[in-house]
Design a protein around this ligand. Structure first.
Ligand SMILES: [Zn+2]
Length: 1053
């Protein structure tokens, strides 16, 4: 026996775990356990056999995942326990017993049995009182105890026997005596015991009652400077966080400060009964892991995949009476326009047009390859938008309506054809007249106070009138005039006059009276991109310990509310030594600000209107700052369990002073940024039926660039509804009406009474000749939309890039317009954007979950967009490409989601014979092209799986009900890129806009690759694009084909 054991020991102590696994697979554990039982029964026990047996068992047991179970089966727990008891005085024998005990306890049932039979009492005798003698044994006992405490019943028993206090005292002893840090593993082991005990409510309560917070918080202060002690600091931080008493958010109600009465009492927020705050188990550990290592690109869950083939198959259905579709004819007037007016053009005009027709002899654009894209000067912006302005004298162009008067007149009541946008804008009084109740003085936010620099900017005579310290508000027009006199408008496609005019007309729930400076003045992208922020070591734990300090040293905490949307009278703005906050302006979101310490503020975001959740978007003003002081801000009611803020993303900041000094930039800002679960909870009761849930803190520090500046902070580059409307006004004014067919209509009014614009963009027909008109009418449709989710402002910047490219004088844009008719809804959720929502509309619904059955009253923009798509399908003109622009908060890069039956079934591992299902793989072409032409786009991030939870999104419904093969969601990161040209950079508005323009370029290439093209188009494309071989080949073969056809035609004549 002894020999066999020694051979086994030799065998297993050498080599890899493979040998042990082999032994386990051959029933080794069971055999050893049997041997142990029989050896233990011999009187007196033979320790020469037992000792090597126990050692072997510990080694094998460690690798055997079912060891605990096998111990139970063999009924060996008692044997192990009594061996331990017998050897309490013999440390040499005791240690291997403890090892086996520990591996047994890795199985919770076995551990519980051991606990019931007195294992913890034994272990406690070994580890107390504090002593450095027999250190190996003590260590083994602590590790065994920690393993036992994983069982909740053991933890309960330990607390009831007073072990928690004993463990705390023991930890203190070790901490004080281990000055040279030789026993880190012992200290950590004790902390693990505490960590497991405090997994139960009773444990946390007892921990708090035993002053555990103070003891651990104080002790850990000595450990922070030594990197070797990280395991200790980490575990202490985990325990402190877990035990920090839970509190409700410091707000009157978690429900939004803003509410909106829904038409006809349609519904109230669904009540979901939730669990009370039972905090038994927690997911804390996942968040605790060092988050610096790579992304948590949350993989799509396979179980959510749609596997019902019938559901996946396209099934054209109508969700409304067919007669209703007739109204959308008025939104497709281009199909009925006969362009008689083209006749009246003079020869002079014709030659003007020809001028831009002159194509450069060498390609001015090329499709970048992986190498060529790195060329630093590669930007279409440089080449196009600025290069050729609109033709003067053509600004009065309107798309004539007379040819369609008869039909249109009867639609007038349904479709609110907007008058010429510029006219509306200049007639600034019109809105007030319409709704006198809403009439109010609209003011720009007061400007910074400090006189010295302010005087430098403004001329002396207006100084008196613009002194904001007088407390009087100035008419916006005065300030605007003064400002604009000093500063020439230099931001392309942004006109502050247009902005003010548009902003006055919006209908908001809080009835905004103030204009945020950045939206009015405009934003220009900074000259260079900013790298993803390097996370500094230990930021998160430092911040968390700082939070715990509030509990330990409460006298430190100021706790002064300095801003409160709900109870403005309760806040004390302008208190000396304290920042002033403001958020009541378009897209603003900040509900409350509490000064915690001199330079630290807790901030609370407002929930979406008529909702008690979706806190993510923030945008607010802050002033009265000191210079060169890092202010710490904590946004304490975030909801997502993780954030790109943990992976190098920064928020954005805009300084008014900087803007007036000629640097009007939203810049990435903030350092010491991290995101973690905090101690605030939302109970079911407080949430008004919302189930109890956790909150997370986004913390960041900011050093403001100037003293007493006015700065704006936001989650991402703001883009308001008024910005969009003013942008459309500028575009309308700047386009070349000879070339660009542009039509702006109102798709519908939103719930909040704001018009939702619909654009039609294509090229004017070459002439009114029937061939040209035919070509015009037959252009395939492209349907684009954006900003259904108001917090996804990145989507609007991408859309801005798309629109500017589409109406530009770039020859590629010109060609693209000749290929397609674009229908664009640039902002699907104006109300949400205006009122600072993150996700929903005024009804409290996520509009991108309403596509299956949109309600015409509650979801008008979705209802009518879908109606228009139905109409297009009904006349056989379903769009070639449908794309909905979004922003993504968890992933990097820009990518597409599409829909594929086969990929979904394969991924789900379905046994359905997929060979029977035929599927056009054309849905992959566009993303492949984008991967080549758009530096921010990454094909590998794309997915074409159809999930059940997404079946009511635009992408899936348009794919299924309209039968659009190329139906996509385009997701742009809030953060930056992990691949390609922008790898390691955070995206700026320039890169987002570029994405929008590259999307257009990709559409043109898609057209060339997959649609029949005229020779003319191919020739022009060949001149403009340095097309890859595939396309060039095709162009070549087309040329030959056309040549042949022409020859054939000639012959037949
Ligand atoms: Zn979205």
């Amino acid at each position: 026996m002894l020999n066999i054991l020694s051979v086994l020991t030799d065998l297993l102590s050498l080599g890899t775990g493979r040998r042990i696994q082999y032994v386990i697979s051959k029933g080794g554990s069971e055999a050893l356990l049997q041997a142990l039982i029989s050896a233990a029964r011999t009187e007196p026990p033979d320790h020469s056999i037992l000792l090597p047996l126990l050692r072997l068992l510990a080694r094998v047991g460690q690798r055997d995942r079912k060891f605990g179970l096998k111990v139970q089966k063999a009924e060996a727990t008692d044997v192990i326990l009594s061996l331990t008891r017998q050897n309490l005085g013999h440390h040499l024998n005791l240690t291997p017993c403890l090892w086996v005990l520990r591996v047994c306890a890795s199985n919770v049932t076995a551990g519980t049995t051991l606990g019931i039979n007195g294992a913890m009492e034994l272990l406690f005798k070994v580890i107390t009182p504090y002593s450095k003698r027999h250190i190996r044994t003590v260590r083994a006992a602590i590790e065994a105890l920690a393993a036992l405490l994983k069982s909740k019943s053991n933890s309960r028993r330990a607390v009831n026997r007073g072990y928690l206090g004993g463990l705390l005292r023991l930890y203190q002893d070790w901490h004080q005596n281990d000055v040279s840090n030789n026993y880190i593993y012992i200290r950590r082991g004790l902390l693990l015991c505490l960590k497991h005990i405090t997994n139960i409510q009773l444990g946390r309560e007892t921990f708090l009652g035993s002053r555990g917070m103070e003891i651990l918080f104080t002790s850990v202060q000595d450990c922070l400077s030594c990197k070797n002690l990280d395991p200790i600091v980490t575990t202490v931080t985990q325990i402190l966080r877990k035990c920090y008493p839970k509190e409700p958010l410091p707000v009157v109600s978690v429900r939004s400060s803003y509410s909106f009465p829904l038409p006809g009492n349609v519904k109230t927020e669904p009540l979901c009964v939730g669990f009370e705050d039972d905090y038994e188990s927690d997911g804390e550990e996942e968040v605790e892991k060092d988050l610096d290592k790579g992304d948590v690109e949350s993989k799509e869950e396979d179980y959510d995949l749609e596997t019902d083939v019938n559901k996946l198959r396209s099934r054209p259905v109508l969700d409304r009476p067919e007669e209703e579709l007739g109204q959308y004819e008025a939104m497709c007037l281009e199909l009925f326009h006969n362009f008689q007016e083209l006749e009246s053009e003079s020869e002079e005009d014709k030659s003007l047009e020809d001028r831009t027709e002159n194509l450069p002899s060498t390609p001015s654009h090329f499709i970048p390859s992986d190498n060529s894209v790195k060329h630093p000067n590669y930007r279409w912006r440089n080449q196009s938008v600025t290069e050729a302005g609109p033709d003067p004298g053509e600004k009065n162009f309107k798309v004539p309506l007379q040819t369609w008067t008869k039909k249109e007149k009867c639609r007038r009541d349904i479709i609110d054809e907007e008058r010429d946008g510029i006219e509306t804008v200049q007639n600034t009084g019109s809105c007030e007249k319409e709704n006198p109740a809403k009439s109010h003085v609209f003011t720009l936010r007061p400007l910074p106070k400090e006189d010295a620099w302010y005087k430098k900017i403004f001329n002396p005579e207006c100084e008196a009138s613009t002194d904001p310290s007088s407390g009087e508000r100035l008419e916006t027009s005065d300030i605007v005039t003064n400002l604009l006199e000093e500063h020439q408008e230099n931001i392309p496609f942004h006109n502050p006059h247009f902005y003010v005019a548009r902003a006055k007309c919006i209908k908001s729930i809080p009835a905004y009276k103030d204009l945020a400076f950045p939206d009015f003045w405009g934003h220009q992208p900074p000259p260079c991109g900013k790298p993803v922020l390097e996370r500094q070591y230990g930021v998160q734990r430092d911040k968390i310990l700082d939070d715990v300090r509030r509990l330990i040293q409460p006298c430190d905490v100021i706790g002064r509310t300095v801003y409160d949307l709900d109870e403005p009278s309760h806040s004390s703005p302008g208190t000396p030594g304290c920042l002033t906050f403001f958020s009541k302006f378009e897209s603003g979101n900040l509900r409350k600000a509490i000064q915690v310490r001199e330079f630290e503020y807790d901030l609370i975001m407002n929930a979406d209107v008529n909702s008690n959740q979706h806190h993510q978007w923030f945008y607010f003003e802050v002033r009265d700052m000191k210079l060169a002081v890092p202010y710490r801000f904590n946004i304490i009611n975030c909801e997502k369990f993780n954030s790109q803020f943990n992976y190098g993303m920064q928020l954005v900041m805009y300084s008014v002073k900087e803007a007036l000094l000629g640097r009007p930039h939203w810049l990435r800002a903030g350092h010491d940024i991290c995101y973690y679960k905090n101690h605030y909870r939302c109970s079911a009761a407080a949430g008004g039926g919302m189930r109890g849930k956790y909150y997370y803190t986004l913390t960041f520090s900011i050093k403001f660039p100037h003293k007493d500046d006015v700065c704006y902070l936001a989650y991402h580059y703001p883009y308001t509804y008024s910005t969009m409307m003013a942008h459309l006004d500028s575009q309308e004014q700047n386009r070349n009406p000879k070339k660009v067919y542009w039509r702006k209509q109102t798709l519908c009014q939103t719930l909040g009474g704001n018009p939702c614009p619909l654009l039609t963009i294509t090229a004017m027909p070459e002439s009114k000749k029937s061939d040209d008109l035919e070509q015009f009418y037959n252009r395939p449709y492209i349907f684009l939309m954006a900003r259904v989710h108001p917090g996804e402002s990145n989507a609007s910047w991408v859309m801005k890039g798309t629109l500017e490219f589409l109406v530009s004088s770039d020859p590629i844009a010109d060609l693209l317009r000749k290929c397609f008719i674009f229908k664009i809804v640039p902002m699907l959720n104006p109300d949400g954007v205006i009122n600072g929502n993150h996700r929903c509309s005024l009804s409290g619904d996520d509009l991108n979950r309403q596509w299956l059955k949109p309600n015409s009253q509650l979801h008008p923009t979705i209802y009518h967009t879908k109606g228009l798509l139905y109409y297009l399908r009904s006349i056989g003109r379903a769009p070639l490409v449908f794309c909905d622009y979004h922003g993504h908060s968890q992933k990097k890069n820009v990518f597409l989601y599409g829909c594929s039956i086969k990929e979904t079934l394969w991924q789900a591992g379905c046994t359905v014979d997929t060979a029977v299902i035929t599927e056009d793989v054309g849905y992959r072409t566009l993303p492949k092209i984008l991967d080549k032409v758009a530096p921010a786009f990454v094909m590998n991030s794309c997915s074409f799986l159809v999930e059940k939870s997404r079946e009511s999104t635009a992408r899936v419904v348009v794919w299924q009900e309209m039968g659009v093969l190329r139906s996509y969601t385009m997701e742009s990161t809030y953060c930056g890129c992990s691949h390609g040209l922008y790898k390691g950079l955070q995206l700026g508005t320039q890169e987002l806009e570029e994405m929008g323009s590259k999307f257009c370029l990709a559409l043109l290439i898609l057209h060339l690759k997959s649609l029949p093209c005229s020779k003319k188009v191919m020739d022009q494309a060949a001149l403009l694009l340095d097309l890859d071989e595939e396309i060039t080949d095709r162009a070549q073969s087309l040329k030959t084909r056309f040549a042949n056809e022409r020859d054939g035609n000639d012959r037949s004549k």
